[in-house]
Design a binder for this molecule. Sequence first.
Ligand code: NAI
Length: 396
Amino acid sequence: MIIEPRMRGFICLTAHPDGCEQNIKNQIEYVKSKGAINGAKKVLVIGASTGFGLASRISSAFGSDAATIGVFFEKPPTAGRTASPGWYNSAAFEKEAHKAGLYAKSINGDAFSNEVKKQTLDLIKADLGQVDLIIYSLASPVRMHPTTGVLHRSVLKPIGGTFTNKTVDFHSGKVSEISIEPSSGDDIENTVAVMGGEDWKMWIDALKAENLLAPGATTVAYSYIGPSLTEAVYRKGTIGRAKDDLEATAFTITDSLSDIDGKAYVSVNKALVTQASSAIPVIPLYISLLYKIMKEEGIHEGCIEQIQRLYADRLFSGKEIPTDEKGRIRVDDWEMRPDVQAKIAKLWQEATTENLAELGDLEGYRSDFHNLFGFGFDGVDYKAEANEMVGVESIA
Ligand code: NAI
């Protein structure tokens, strides 16, 4: 079939298998171009199919020749209907990994469930024995709690008062004012239940109970802080409470791993266009200004550049891992540079529908958004027939 993008708000209903494959190849090339990383060799990535988790899987496999198991929740294709992009990404990843002689298997299902945890543990037991790095990179709007059976829904709301600020519809470029009502009822508890640290700890506890963590094993989850411009809706909002909980969980996990000398870290990453971040109001406007400034300064990074730097300069540099006063690894350091933030704050005041295309990098935002779904890559003939029925080798 000929596959074209079909946009609906902040999602795209179609994905292009060849474009997703090109995206994977580009990321692999980038990692290889930066040279070998003396990193972990047996790696479990939870949330491995898109965004930061995918970049982690690629960095481990093609930077450190690691065997990888990837867990994700994606939609396979049916005849005439494309898969979700994470499915095609994983298909292409496995194809490339296997070609390179690397072990790579994937599990498609709900990572919050006991069943998927058990399936993953069984696979590690059978194939790898133990893992030495566990990346936790889930971004989900819902979680069915495995013991209570309660379905928790996360919300992106300010706490304590209505938040009013500018936002942009990145498809049309229209800048408008948006008001977001504050959280109420169980909003905070529900958001913490979905995006906080409980499930991360459950994974590590389950792995440890079955002796599947190698001595000195490391686990890393991803967080975000961001500037004062977005803090009412992000870091001081409901999602921020979940990130506080996630960050606190790193210490609990580290304590629980003392006997095997294991460690849990949170890495604070940069704001980037992913399926998760496009859904947050205000953030797309911030990102389009951020991209503009960081590109001008020559310090722009995508997911793969961020994670390659996290691995090479922080986690596996051979030196002590630098952390901030709260014990967090910071690869948002360039985003948070005072000169970068001062420029964004100024542009923020000035941005309107008429001038945003010039003041901000709206084109860069749109192009990254298209790329998420496999569209807009050089070297892909989008007018040609594409085979939507692509399988993931270890699953098909
Ligand atoms: P993403 O939407 O690109 O990736 C989410 C991944 O989680 C996918 O692999 C998806 O299949 C998987 N997933 C979702 N629900 C699942 C479930 N129930 N079972 C199994 N897999 C499931 O998201 P992104 O942006 O890469 O986010 C990953 C982490 O990075 C999140 O913790 C996010 O808060 C954090 N982060 C994101 C930033 C951004 O600007 N995008 C900035 C800093 C941190």
